[in-house]
Structure formats: C-alpha cells, structure tokens
Ligand binder design. Structure first.
Ligand code: ZN
Length: 289
C-alpha cells in the first residue's frame, strides 16, 4: 500500500511537470499573430522554430475584431505576439498597456514604415462608438511593402531570439525571393495597362495602387462595412461612365449590396478583389497562401 502511494505520488509529480512544460515540450517558440498576412509572414520567417497561431480566423472581420479575455490571456502567455498596425488592430495599444510586466515579446510588423493618411471617413461601430482610422493599414497588399514587413518581422525576431538568427534569415530570404518575383510580375503586368483607374468597395488597395501606378477609387472606406452617402454613389456612377470603367470590385466576405447597386446603376460588371485579410477554412485546408 505504501509502495503504491509512492508510485502514485511520483506519477502525479511526473504529470505536473509534464503539464507545466507543455508549451516548450517540442522546444518551439509559441507565437501568437493577429490576422492572416501577419500570420503568414511570421510563419514563413519562423519556420520550424515556432508554433505560430492565428488569432483572428476565417469568417471574422479583422477591422471590427475585439479580443475576448481568453484571447488576451493567450497573447500574454505567448513567447511572442505579432500584430500589423494599430490602425488595423485598434485594440492593441490598450492591450500593450496591460502587458508591461509580461515576458511576451511584442512585434509590430509595420514598425518604422511610412503610412498614408486614412480617408475622410468616420463610421459607427456597434454600441454607437465612433471610430476613426487615422492611417491606412493595408500595406501587405503591395508586394513591395509586404517585403518590408517580412524584413521587419525577421529583424525583430532576430533581436528577440539571437540564437535563431541563422534560421530566421535563411527562411526570410527564401520567402523574400518569392515576394520579389510577385513584385516583378505586378510591375510587368501593370505597366502597360490601358485602364489605370479601378473602383473597389473596400478601400484596401491604395498602397498597391501607389506602388504600381494605378488609381484606386473606393466606394466605402478603409473598413469594408462603412456606408457611402447617396451623393457619393451618384458621383461614382458619373465617374464610372466618364472613365469608361468596365468592372466594379467587391470583397467576397463583405456585403456586396453597395457594389451591386452601383454596378447595376452604372451598367458594369462585378468581380472579386480579395484584400487577403483572411482565408476561408477551405482555403487554409487547401494550403492556399
Ligand atoms: Zn481592410
């Protein structure tokens, strides 16, 4: 009986030790990221050195996301937390205030990058709280700027974990090569475009437009659910006719009613232009990126 008691006690000890070490059981870093592009870039740089988790998954609109207490705890328990920009994850500055005494390394994926001002747009969020996007956060949609983000994530990870420097640099280099090819394809493919203007529901493509010589005309604002006025819709219909625009782009996940109204008003086609803010579960399963 005494022996059994000892055995049980040691089993309990083993079990407790196993639980408390669970996070580092595979020797990998535990990194929490906010939404899809930040998740993808971090995963590419970290490779096998980390378990990278996506906080804002499929079917959640990242502009409107607010973290639950569970999500906050997850971030506070992580080795590192990577976010894009406080103009996208507007809840991050408050979160960071609560994390001053935590060990989590905080990585800002757009650190030091120049941002364009947000559009003159204010919209109400649920609960009537006014919310203003001061700067435009959609940097990842320009491959050229996506490369800068990858470099920034790489440099901050190296600074936090210098022992993994070689791996981070090697991984980043391989991924940057792919983005470089994409950047070149955009340059080559767009330089002779006859139509440089494009109309989109979600104003997410201004950096892309700026870097590749296009002109974005947005129906709504920086956040896809903001509503334009009737006057703005009339103005846009005029613009579409005058500039012989053939297609209006909308975001698959957002409500397309506005784009639809406008396209039937102006008599032009509708097509999807994905801001890559999230992938569907199916796209994730299919390994799309
Ligand atoms: Zn957006």
């Amino acid at each position: 009986m005494k022996k059994l008691g000892l055995l049980l006690a040691s089993l309990v000890t083993v079990f407790l030790v196993a639980c408390s070490n669970q996070k580092q059981a595979d020797g990998k870093l535990n990194i929490v990221t906010t939404f899809y592009p930040v998740y993808e870039f971090t995963k590419q740089v970290a490779g096998d050195t980390a378990n990278v988790e996506l906080l804002i998954g499929a079917g959640t609109e990242p502009h409107d996301y607010e973290p639950s207490p569970k999500a906050v705890a997850k971030i506070q328990d992580a080795d590192a937390f990577v976010y894009e920009n406080e103009n996208m994850e507007t809840w991050v500055p408050n979160l960071l205030k609560s994390m001053k005494d935590k060990k989590t390394k905080v990585i800002d994926a757009t650190k030091g990058m120049v941002l364009l001002p947000g559009l003159e747009e204010e919209h109400e969020h649920e609960g009537g709280e006014e919310h203003h996007h001061e700067y435009d956060p959609h940097l990842w949609l320009s491959p050229h700027r996506a490369m800068k983000m990858v470099e920034s994530i790489r440099d901050q990870l190296v600074a936090a974990y210098p022992d993994k420097k070689k791996t981070f640099e090697k991984n980043a280099q391989a991924y940057l090569k792919k983005l470089q090819a994409l950047d070149q394809a955009y340059q080559d493919g767009l330089k002779d475009a006859k139509q440089k203007n494009f109309v989109t529901q979600h104003a997410a493509f201004r950096y892309l437009a700026l870097d590749y010589g296009l002109n974005q005309v947005a129906i709504s604002g920086i956040s896809p659910d903001s509503e334009p006025s009737a006057a703005r819709l009339r103005e846009l219909t005029e613009y579409i006719k005058k500039n012989e625009i053939k297609v209006i782009y909308f975001e698959e996940n957002a409500s397309k009613s506005l784009a639809k109204t406008l396209s039937s008003e102006a008599g032009v086609e509708l097509a999807v232009l994905n801001p890559l803010e999230s992938l569907t579960d199916q796209e994730m399963k299919d390994g799309e990126d």
